[in-house]
Design a protein around this ligand. Structure first.
Ligand code: HEM
Length: 416
């Protein structure tokens, strides 16, 4: 890491985005940026915010929003026509609530929010337990288990698959496609990544078109049938919006929660005293899951566009400028969290910013929390020993920074 006495925030930001060391451990770099340059304009053109209060303000204040995407093609040295030819599917993909401002955002979110309220999620809890137990039954206890592939990915994929009504066989086929498609969420993804994402997005769309047609012909009691019904009723949901809503919910349903479980278990294994504490006192589960979300947030960067000119920490921001919020940094801000670099499964107080804030606050937050609570609870119930199975090389993170998660997590489990 660069010397923090002469902090160059943009160099640190570049290290976080681009270097293996920065991606492996962004936290000391966040701390240096947060203390020395709470708002700075990066050479990439975006304004970067790193303190909790500033990030929360940006995500909540209506003077900021998703806005219109600018001339993205310019950054890839393409003309608008060339861009549209290659990425037409992305050009229309902004119809999901994630990319929209009110009033469209409000309308689309309202149509699905009922399915994700804390109450509805509580009713799903026995199903989450059943899915988790079935996966744990399959663990081979004679060898290390890759928790990412065999548990962290499988639980949320099955839960959201059941909710939406995506058949089991499709889930396996869709998983690598969803992963390729969500790469567009990354910060300035390279052109080849965008191209792979466009191919994946076409395949995902084609499969969901088929599922929608099936539900139209024969409705069942899943969320997909419900949304098809809303579309048929008339003016609330267009066909494109229906497609992008179900694809968003499906993808968001597991690409992030996987990393809550994977990053969370890694944190507990690196802090065996905290794992033991949770084993002994399961009333801490709720606090523990929020602490794990804070500790190593599955979503590290979020952002907004400024709708009007504004001054932040003496920096003049013009209307139309893009701002990035470093959620992983906000979650370690000592102004909000006491002793922020200490993992404390009993921590109380402010919730972390891992689910964002304001009108786009994660729709699936209750579901993701319930999945995390069930998984850690069942792991501790079923196995008396949970130990790292990696040697000197710590588990590696995938090559992404907006979505932060491990490639694999080898763990040895044993029962008494
Ligand atoms: C630990 C797991 C999860 C994390 C860390 C997470 C994180 C986030 C964040 C940071 C946002 C806000 C994006 C923004 O401000 O633009 C968001 C939005 C969203 N999340 Fe999650 N998410 C998780 C799980 C889920 C699950 C399980 C679902 C659905 C089943 C889901 C569905 C959504 C949707 C639909 C939005 C868009 C909401 C809107 O634009 O109004 N997420 N999530």
């Amino acid at each position: 890491m660069s010397d923090t006495t002469t902090v160059d925030p943009d160099a640190l930001f570049a290290e976080i985005l681009l270097t293996p060391e920065g991606k492996a451990d962004p936290y000391p770099r966040y701390a240096a940026i947060r203390e020395h340059a709470p708002a700075f304009r990066s050479a990439t053109g975006v304004v970067v915010l790193s303190r909790f209060e500033d990030c929360q303000f940006l995500l909540r204040d209506p003077r900021f929003g998703k806005g219109e995407r600018g001339a993205v093609w310019e950054q890839y040295e393409l003309t608008e026509d060339e861009w549209m030819e290659r990425f037409e599917s992305f050009a229309t993909s902004n119809t999901s609530m994630l990319g929209l401002d009110p009033p469209d955002h409000t309308r689309l979110r309202k149509l699905v929010s009922k399915a994700f309220t804390p109450r509805t999620v509580e009713r799903l809890r026995p199903e989450i337990v059943r899915i988790t137990d079935e996966l744990l039954d399959r663990f081979d206890l004679t060898a290390p288990v890759d928790v990412v592939a065999d548990l962290a990915l499988q639980v949320p994929m099955a839960v959201i698959g059941e909710m939406l009504g995506v058949p089991e066989a499709d889930r396996v086929a869709l998983q690598p496609l969803i992963r390729a498609a969500v790469a567009t969420l990354e910060f300035n993804p390279p052109l080849d990544v965008l191209e792979a994402a466009a191919v994946a997005a076409r395949a995902i769309t084609a499969r969901f078109e088929e599922l929608i047609a099936e539900r139209r012909a024969q409705p069942t009691d899943d969320l997909l049938s419900e949304l098809v019904h809303v579309e048929e009723e008339g003016d609330q949901l267009t066909h494109d919006e229906l497609l992008s809503t179900v694809i968003l919910i499906y993808g968001a349903g597991f690409e992030t929660t996987t990393n809550l479980i994977g990053n969370g278990l890694l944190a507990l294994l690196e802090h065996p005293d905290q794992l033991q504490r949770l084993r002994g006192d399961r009333s801490l589960l709720r606090n523990a899951v929020d602490e794990l979300l804070r500790w190593d947030s599955p979503v590290q960067l979020d952002g907004r566009q400024a709708f009007e000119a504004i001054d932040l920490h003496g920096l003049e921001i013009a209307a139309g400028e893009e701002l990035v919020t470093m959620l992983g940094s906000a979650n370690r801000d000592p102004r909000v969290f006491d002793d922020p670099d200490r993992l404390d499964v009993g921590r109380e107080g402010s919730a972390p910013l891992s689910f964002g804030s304001g009108i786009h606050y994660c729709l699936g937050a209750s579901l993701a929390r319930a999945e995390g609570q069930v998984v850690f609870d069942r792991l501790l119930d079923r196995f008396s020993t949970i130990e790292p199975a990696w040697g000197d090389e710590p588990p590696r993170y995938r090559d992404s920074i907006v979505l932060r998660g491990l490639e694999s997590l080898p763990v040895v489990f044993a029962r008494d």
